[in-house]
Design a protein around this ligand. Sequence first.
Ligand SMILES: [Zn+2]
Length: 326
Amino acid sequence: MIIDAHIHYGDDHPDFLALLDREALKLLNICVAHVDNEWSDWYGQAERYRMLTEQLPQRFAWCTTFDLPRFDDPNYVDDVIAQLDRDFDAGAVACKVWKNVGMEVKTPDGDFFMVDDPLLDPIFEHIAKRGRTLLTHIAEPLACWQPLDENNPHYGYYSRNPQWHMYNRPEFPSHERLMDARDHMVEKHPALRVVGAHFGSLEYDVDAVATRLDRYPNFAVDISARLLDIAIQDSDKVRQFFIDYADRILFGTDVVMRTPLSSMDDVTRSHALQTLKEVYQMHFAYFERSDMVTVRGRSTRGIDLPGDVLTKFYRTNAETWYPGLT
Ligand SMILES: [Zn+2]
């Protein structure tokens, strides 16, 4: 079995379930509490992911999240803890905190609300006490703070989502400040397991990830949505990094389901599932092969990981870092 430890795909269409069976995949579906867009109702995501996990525990697990701060509500922390207890009791193996913490939410005095804010301490301590894991998506790729560059893996995203592009916007926190806040939070809660999504937002250099893994034994990373960032680095260096930190890196894709499969016609659905399958094949090729492979249109040499390292990366690390997942 292979565990995709970071995905947003809450569907139970028979064709999709058949694909999961064929590929022997289990998915960890992640809830995200956006401020205002089509996902604003994260309770809806939670309900869908919880039900799928209940119905098909061999194929699905789920990660909850929590409401963004209500600074004028004295019950906020207690309410979040009660909600987390309900979700953990209902099988959630982790809790996610998203990039709007650090980059969007502001404190009453007008500064950006950081993930190491003392307001969150009792929440994070509670997650640790319950033996669950915190998944953090803090900050963005470094390219977010750099001029648009067509060769950068994130060019498409920032050209389409200028509201998240922070180049030349000094009123927003820097990448360094956000990383410092995340590191400080990890350091403050040594009993809390923290998984840094998207290669811990240090996708530009495996050495930057290694520095944090050396410093914080309670920290691991998933590779979700950062395959190309990794693949454009030196293949020998990346291979050695994956071997040196074999217990600390989790496989994940970050595929987002935008339209339920059941609302697609047959042709569109089979195309969507073919695309999903190709995403997995692209990942497997890079990690398993030793010849030239294509990652999102770019040619690079596969890193041919040893079998025991692959087993940890594809499955065991997810089970270790998210107890209760299998
Ligand atoms: Zn995600």
